[in-house]
Write a protein that binds this ligand. Structure first.
Ligand code: AMP
Length: 380
């Protein structure tokens, strides 16, 4: 069914076809009409469901129709837990800005980069995408006011609360006008998220798109039994022998990310690390190179397990397992997105076997296991 059936204006059609959005995803079909009507929405949906465009498109249409891009202060606030997600959401807004005539502008603000540049850029912004801490700093410096916010979006609310942003979010909520539209998106409906939705949302449309606990069917999962000593060489074997392109490798600590990356580079594999101990510009650069295909392997901590959208990412490798089964599902969900197929490979040592069993049980799915003893890893 075309987007126009859901009340989306024809002025988006060029951009929609340019970005190959032939039909709305389920969350878009349900959320777009409700948001256009001004209703509050609770969307339980993972990244990959099309949830960003589900709020970006109706918000832009509301701004265009009302021609309200004249305020000095922003009218839309999108709160996100990470800098990467802030960039990604802003990019989706910017993809659709050329469809509009009203000169709507969108800006991302987050920590780890110069606050002065952001203060200057904030002179006239309609849609502000922000991480909570930096936004509070900017408010304190009188660089922005939230008095004109008409729509609040809380994206990845569960991660926001897991990262301990509750207090900052509460502080920000107190600065918003009481009368506003609220849209809350979360991959999971935890108790914390339920409490937050009761606090924020008024008579919301509740959309549960993808049960957490299910793994996307289009992701092929495989595990390799391997000893700790042979993990590194098995990783290089898989990448080189199978000629894998665009591989996201997950490890459990920033030290491990640096070590694994160094070993890959030493063995002539084009790899970069990404983790929270790196400066924001270095992180952004690593992610961009990976997305552009200039880097074959990105070695990441769980920093990138959620939220981040990488077009056509075919391979996720768990060099080490995450602690929680939910994180496993989030990690493998980086591949097989928007209907594409993907492959998730986990390297399992004897010490990790029991935990991998628990993950599979929680997921309700068995993962085919391969013995790596027989593989000739010499020369890798
Ligand atoms: P999200 O869940 O917002 O992170 O979106 C995941 C991916 O799906 C992004 O790469 C979007 O560009 C893509 N996408 C969103 N909506 C559609 C659609 N209606 N048709 C095709 N792709 C889409």
């Amino acid at each position: 069914m075309p987007f126009s059936q859901f009340g989306l204006a024809p002025f988006f059609s060029k951009s929609l076809s340019h970005f190959n959005y032939a039909e709305p995803t389920p969350i878009q079909s349900a959320a777009i009409p409700a948001i256009l009507k001004g209703q509050d929405v609770l969307g339980i949906a993972k990244t990959g469901s099309g949830k960003t465009a589900a709020f970006v498109l109706p918000i832009l249409q509301q701004l265009e129709v009302a021609q309200i891009s004249q305020h000095r202060d922003p009218t839309v606030l999108v709160l996100v837990p990470t800098r990467e997600l802030a960039d990604q959401v802003t990019q989706v807004f910017r993809e659709f800005l050329p469809s509009l005539t009203s000169g709507v502008s969108c800006l991302a603000v987050y920590g780890g980069v110069s606050i002065n540049t952001q203060m200057q850029a904030l002179r006239r912004v309609d849609v502000l995408v922000a991480t909570p801490g930096r936004l509070l700093d900017l408010i304190e410096k009188n660089a922005v006011r939230l008095a004109n916010i008409q729509t609040l979006v809380l994206d990845e609310a569960d991660k926001m609360l897991n990262l301990g942003f509750q207090e900052e979010v509460d502080q920000l909520l107190r600065l918003l006008p009481v009368k506003r539209q609220n849209l809350l998106f979360s991959a999971t409906l935890s108790e914390d998220v339920s409490a937050m939705q009761r606090l924020i949302l008024k008579d919301p449309l509740v959309l549960q798109i993808d049960e957490v606990g299910e793994s996307p069917q289009q992701i092929h999962q495989e595990g390799y039994f391997v000893t700790e000593e042979r993990k590194g060489v098995l990783l290089r074997y898989l990448i080189k022998h199978e000629q894998l392109q665009q591989v996201l490798v997950f490890v459990s600590s920033h030290k491990k990310a640096d070590n694994v990356t160094a070993k890959l580079v030493k063995n002539k594999i084009n790899a970069c690390a990404i983790h929270s101990k790196m400066g924001q510009n270095v992180r952004r650069d690593a992610l961009k190179k990976f997305k552009d295909g200039r880097v074959t392997v990105l070695v990441s901590t769980d920093l990138l397990a959620r939220g981040i959208d990488i077009d056509c990412l075919s391979y996720v490798i768990n060099y080490e397992l995450p602690r929680s089964p939910k994180d496993y599902i989030h990690r493998i969900g980086r591949t097989g997105r928007a209907g594409a197929s993907g492959e998730a490979i986990s390297l399992i040592t004897p010490a990790e076997e029991h935990h991998f069993g628990v993950i599979q049980k929680k997921m309700g799915q068995r993962v085919a296991m391969v013995q790596s003893d027989g593989l000739d890893l010499r020369g890798y």
